[in-house]
Design a protein around this ligand. Sequence first.
Ligand SMILES: NC(=O)c1ccc[n+]([C@@H]2O[C@H](COP(=O)([O-])OP(=O)(O)OC[C@H]3O[C@@H](n4cnc5c(N)ncnc54)[C@H](OP(=O)(O)O)[C@@H]3O)[C@@H](O)[C@H]2O)c1
Length: 243
Amino acid sequence: MNTSKPVAVVTGGSRGIGRAICLQLAKDGFHVVVNYAKSRESADTVVSEITGSGGSAVAMGFDVANPDEVDAAFEKIGAVEVLVNNAGITSDALLLRMKNEDLDRTLNVDLKGAIFCTRAVTKPMMKARKGSIVFISSVVGETGNAGQAAYSAAKAGMLGFMKSVARELSSRNIRSNAITPGYIQTEMTGVLTESQKEAILRSIPIGTLGQPEDIAYAVSFLASDKSRYVTGQVLGINGGMLM
Ligand SMILES: NC(=O)c1ccc[n+]([C@@H]2O[C@H](COP(=O)([O-])OP(=O)(O)OC[C@H]3O[C@@H](n4cnc5c(N)ncnc54)[C@H](OP(=O)(O)O)[C@@H]3O)[C@@H](O)[C@H]2O)c1
């Protein structure tokens, strides 16, 4: 990529938590690749916000669930110092009503998407002998959640994968860590009813939903050399929901 800055790729950077991560990493001095699947306009807006405040970024559309698209995109990007596996979808349903296509799509995007992207950056990171990979998992990957079996399975799978990557690549100075957000105010949680939100708030000691920036601050730390001795870890950012 034609830039003198280190490159950070954020999957699903067009909205919500991914958008906040893109803005933060640009402030930290990275050239940010803002990935999206469908929301081209939103991704372009994130790029404009970054360039408008003196940072550098580019939007790049690819479906993380499609390994050929992923490989072609990372081939084009070249050297990458930071990868944030943030793209994700939910498909909530009780187990008896879970549809095969919803299960496949959730595992393909949330789990296999993160695996495909990580595999694609491994070679350039090994060559540079430097890299930080951050997985945006979920508190429900740790606790489970009724009605979210497929999503929880994908998010728990991410944690096992993240630890394997840490064991395999730490000697090459490539670190791998996960963040498990609790309930963060985005379009994903915008679909919750008021009574669902009230019930959730009762389970959060801090008493509010989190903001996308709460996740972005932690990514900023994990992307930087300040976390140079941190790998294979799961950082819960959930207002105390899980201790
Ligand atoms: N919000 C929460 O409370 C919460 C809690 C725990 C964990 N998380 C996790 O945090 C991450 C971000 O969540 P969010 O709330 O910010 O979600 P969101 O607002 O729904 O945004 C999801 C992002 O993922 C992208 N995306 C979806 N499918 C994709 C694909 N196949 N390829 C590439 N990009 C794709 C979307 O791009 P398009 O706009 O182009 O579709 C969008 O940028 C997710 O992994 C989610 O599971 C969220």
